[in-house]
Design a binder for this molecule. Structure first.
Ligand code: NDP
Ligand code: 2IT
Length: 443
């Protein structure tokens, strides 16, 4: 048995039932095989064993009272995965599907992603099985206040800095920040994705989607290609999807389809993003309302968005949303590039199929790193107690995404796996964290 296989079988045995965590760890460790073979120091220092075990996992009860006066109880999580290169950093997800295995997979991915940004941030993730859908603002506030009443003990601007993810945007971050300030009396950058009136960064809202397109543009331009004139399909219609669509359109692409968890729209003239923003950001409504804005567009609740022919596919909704049969359809329809805006949206067999077919494939930990990178820029601005302009933040974001592309490209080439960006991103993200852990000793 190799070192990698030993660690992997231990992970599967010791973390029963955590399918998404197993999936994320398997993908990363398998691509690290040549790296740990070349560097015996990693095994000697138990680096892989220490990387697959979170430093700390906090599980707590979140009691709150709904609008009918009924007491409700949710599960709260914060997994502080690895802080070798900086304070724990990563989002909070509010979705009924959240469980410990999902938070662990996200926290594990975050460690490598954050390393790729080149900024000093470790990895963590948190959340709850609370479902914000259909809740009043007061209920969301009650939940967030209760969540922070426990979480505040473990977070801080130099220890652990949460942010948004699925179901957590400016509204939730505001309520969480207010409660942290009230309990601790501290006015500090303990969260990112804050509102602009209390320490938020310009361009953070746009950053994940914009960053995805910047990375894809760099990958395409290395082959003499670009978004210009390309048909683009984007799953999801939340924060990442909307701003990926905005930037793809600015770059000359035609975004023809988007979706939410109940249905998908097809608009051959190009999706009207102002309509999508109003439906999703203002009304918090369903995408079926899109036909009220654009009667000539199509709305479907059966079939899948991946059946829509496109040149570039950007899965930006959730994990394991793009399966092998979807990949085969996309390949048959001539897709040239796939970029993961979401975390682990592509199943392993689907990702493999893209690579085998010569489709450019950018894995999430590289492609969606623009969000957390800009969160780190928000932390910098908070420390400096000043704010940069939109253009300044956007320029830095672009530079970071271009650099991530080249890091993963070079790491893949160095280990004889040219164009395998899954391996390239894993290796490049791993090396900085692993070398730091060696330097710090067994702690
Ligand atoms: P949002 O909550 O803003 O939007 C999520 C979108 O995905 C919604 O349109 C939602 O539809 C859809 N969706 C969720 N679950 C499903 C599902 N099971 N099937 C189909 N559609 C679904 O979240 P974000 O845009 O912030 O996050 C999207 C992805 O990007 C996640 O994987 C997240 O981890 C990742 N990510 C987010 C970053 C950020 O900065 N926000 C940074 C890096 C990665 P509906 O409205 O119906 O629920
Ligand atoms: O998955 C992610 O990188 C995020 N949800 C963003 C995390 C952050 O700290 O900005």
């Amino acid at each position: 048995m190799s070192y990698v296989n030993d660690v992997l079988s231990d992970v599967i045995r010791r973390n029963p039932g955590e399918a998404e965590f197993h999936q994320a760890v398997t993908e990363v460790l398998q691509s690290l095989e040549p790296v740990v073979e070349k560097n015996p120091l990693y095994q000697k220092n138990g680096i892989l064993e220490r990387m697959v075990e979170p430093n700390r996992a906090i599980l707590f009860q979140v009691p709150w009272v709904d609008d009918q006066g009924v007491v409700r109880v949710n599960k709260g999580y914060r997994v502080q995965f690895n802080n070798a290169i900086g304070p724990y950093k990563g989002g909070l997800r509010l979705h009924p599907s959240v469980n410990l295995g999902i938070i662990k997979f996200l926290g594990f991915e975050q460690v490598f992603k954050n390393s790729l940004t080149g900024l000093p941030i470790g990895g963590g993730k948190g959340g709850s099985d609370f479902d914000p859908k259909g809740k009043s603002d007061r209920e969301v506030m009650a939940f967030c206040q209760s969540f922070m009443t426990e979480l505040y003990k473990y977070v801080g601007k130099d220890t652990d800095v949460p942010a948004g993810d699925i179901g957590v945007g400016a509204r939730e971050i505001g309520y969480l920040y207010g409660q942290y300030k009230r309990i601790t009396g501290l006015y500090e950058g303990v969260l990112t994705g804050k509102g602009l009136t209390y320490g938020g960064s310009l361009a953070r809202k746009e950053a994940t989607g914009y960053g995805l397109v910047y990375l894809m543009e760099e990958m395409l331009s290395a082959r003499g290609k670009s978004f210009a004139g390309k048909r683009v399909v984007i799953s999801g219609s939340g924060n990442v999807a909307i701003y990926a669509a905005e930037k793809a359109t600015q770059q000359g692409g035609l975004v023809v389809a988007m979706c939410d968890s109940t249905g998908w729209i097809y608009d051959e003239k190009g999706v009207d993003l102002d309509a999508v923003k109003e439906i999703k950001e203002v009304k918090r409504g369903r995408l079926r309302l899109y036909k009220d804005y654009r009667p000539q567009a199509e709305y479907h609740e059966d079939g899948v968005i991946w059946d829509v022919p496109c040149d570039i596919a950007l899965p930006c909704a959730t994990q394991n949303e793009l399966h092998l049969d979807h990949a085969q359809t996309l390949i048959k329809n001539g897709v040239i590039a796939v970029g993961e805006g979401a975390n682990m949206p592509t199943t392993p067999d689907a990702a493999h199929a893209f690579q085998q077919a010569g489709v450019l494939f950018a894995p999430g930990k590289a492609a969606n790193a623009g969000g957390v990178a800009t969160s780190a820029l928000e932390m910098s601005q908070n420390s400096l107690r000043l704010s940069w302009t939109f253009q300044e933040v956007d320029q830095r974001l672009k530079g970071i995404m271009v650099n991530i592309y080249h890091q993963m490209d070079q790491a893949a080439q160095k280990y004889g796996m040219k164009d395998n960006y899954i391996a390239g991103a894993n290796i490049a993200g791993f090396t900085k964290v692993a070398d730091t852990m060696v330097a710090h000793g067994v702690v």
